[in-house]
Design a protein around this ligand. Structure first.
Ligand SMILES: *[C@@H]1O[C@H](CO)[C@@H](O)[C@H](O)[C@H]1NC(C)=O
Ligand SMILES: *[C@@H]1O[C@H](CO)[C@@H](O)[C@H](O)[C@H]1NC(C)=O
Length: 459
């Protein structure tokens, strides 16, 4: 007869416990539990793929492996030797899988998969292994992508007077159901659904013809998700055959507005590009014809009835225009690009552009490049480019403001109508060797329009 001391008892008990743990014949009582039903995941969101040992026992010391059993057992996540080991993981899962290490102590090896994609759909196997035991379970993941709200297009009337509507929605996965329903939710007879699928999911399209006014829905539905768009067609639509014309004109107006918006955008861009070359033009009163007054710090010039008296003895007579009502800018430019705008609004006779400093300003000048002028103008209601001979310009608008752009090195002088940013005229392949000066003129001899020309700095 012998006695066991308490310490020996403890030792034996511990040994028995380890033996009867999950080894030997009793290991069969442990098994993995996943999910009998498919696990639904929504594209873009996170999902937990369940996997737990039952009865609960820590799996911290075991190997936990998640892989795609439907894709050659490619590795999705591996935990081994107490850490995640994801060097062999499939690229598409990189950074998107997580095992909760706390939960592993409770036998929970569920995998969290973040920002679910359509291609995540499939079969996943959770496999857990210790030295003496292993088991697995399969989780079936179903992905759903909710598409964009359906868009209804009014296609107009068919020959029998029916209103043709089309409903379209894209970005769904898997293929959704599209239905036209009346206000009571009863499915309406409509054409068959057209479906297109690609890696972004499915897009569906279905048309219906309405013969009377109604409040109808287009509904796109997928297992747990549904999107609807309502359209109300009033009885007015069906009264008269003129309606299609009205409808069509509404669309035409809408698309015209879109066109104008785009044009305005393009216009703004072009103007602001040119305006980066804007120079400060100040008109030189000493060059101005005696019927002109230059005012507002050299920013405006206008005709007056009577010639000014020849009082300034200092002034150099040869510089002044004596037939053309012209004036030059104070500063000339001999390199790079420059741009300026002149408001011509309300004036019926004008010429403007650039000129060489040394040009003749006396008598009736041809204002052509041969004489050192590069200019456009308005006379007798017609726009002209002062080539020799002069060229008539066909302008669709009355120009309120003219922009002059010069690229000195390229020998380019371009005139724009600023409001519409349409090209008026370009002098190309010119060659300059001297400074070019801004030039404005209020016609010749008999002009009686006293509206000023204004150098514009207000943009
Ligand atoms: C297992 O852990 C996950 C978190 O990783 C948790 O969401 C889930 O509820 C846990 N399952 C059980 C059965 O405790
Ligand atoms: C996992 O456990 C279940 C239930 O005990 C068993 O039917 C199945 O064969 C086991 N799987 C493996 C791979 O051992």
């Amino acid at each position: 007869m012998y006695h066991l001391c308490p310490l020996e008892m403890k030792f034996i008990c511990l040994t028995l416990l380890i033996i009867s743990g999950i080894t030997g014949s009793r290991s069969e009582q442990y098994k993995l539990e996943g999910s009998a039903d498919p696990v639904f995941a929504v594209a873009g969101e996170d999902v937990i793929l369940p996997c737990s040992v039952k009865p609960s026992i820590s799996v911290v010391d075991m190997r936990v492996e998640w892989f795609r059993s439907d894709q050659k057992d490619l590795l999705v996540h591996l935990y081994d030797d107490h850490e995640d080991k994801n060097t062999e993981q499939i690229q598409t899962y990189r950074g998107r899988t997580k095992l909760n290490h706390q939960e592993l102590q409770r036998g929970n090896a569920s995998l969290k998969l973040s920002s679910v994609q359509i291609f995540d759909e499939g079969l996943y196997k959770c496999f857990i292994q210790s030295k003496s035991w292993n088991n697995d379970t399969t989780v079936n993941v179903k992905v759903e992508a909710v598409g964009r709200p359906p868009v209804i297009t009014v296609d107009g009337f068919d020959h029998s007077g029916g209103l043709h509507l089309q409903c379209e929605s894209e970005g769904w996965y898997p293929e959704p159901d599209l239905e036209w329903l009346d206000s009571e939710g009863v499915s309406l007879n409509s054409e068959t659904t057209e479906t297109h699928g690609n890696t972004e999911g499915f897009s569906v399209k279905r048309a219906i013809t309405l013969h009377h006014s109604d409040k109808i829905h287009c509904r796109v539905k997928l297992r747990h998700h549904m999107l609807e768009t309502l359209i109300i067609s009033s009885s007015n639509m069906f009264i008269s055959w003129r309606t299609p014309v009205i409808l069509i004109s509404v669309f035409v107006v809408l698309s015209m507005i879109a066109g104008i918006l785009i044009a305005v955008f393009v216009h703004k861009n072009k103007v602001s590009r040119l305006r980066t070359y804007m120079v400060n033009v100040i008109l030189d009163a000493d060059t101005a014809h005696r019927r002109l007054i230059v005012y507002c710090d050299g920013k405006q010039v206008k005709l007056v009835k009577a010639h000014r008296k020849e009082s300034d003895r200092n002034e150099t007579q040869k510089e002044r225009f004596n037939a053309y009502h012209g004036a030059l800018g104070k500063d000339g430019f001999s390199s790079g690009c420059f741009y300026f705008e002149v408001q011509v609004k309300g004036q019926t006779e004008w010429d403007l552009g650039v000129t060489r400093e040394s040009v003749n300003r006396k008598g009736s000048i041809s204002l052509s490049p041969g004489d050192g002028y590069w200019a456009v103008g308005l006379k007798n209601g017609k726009y002209w480019a002062h080539e020799s001979p002069r060229v008539s310009l066909s302008m669709s608008v009355i120009s309120q403001r003219v922009g002059v752009f010069v690229d000195y090195e390229k020998g380019l002088i371009t005139f724009y109508d600023v409001e519409s940013m349409s090209l008026m005229y370009s002098f190309t392949n010119q060659s300059f060797d001297k400074k070019l000066y801004p030039f404005v003129s209020l016609g010749y001899l008999k002009n009686e329009n006293f509206t000023p020309l204004i150098i514009c700095d207000d943009y």
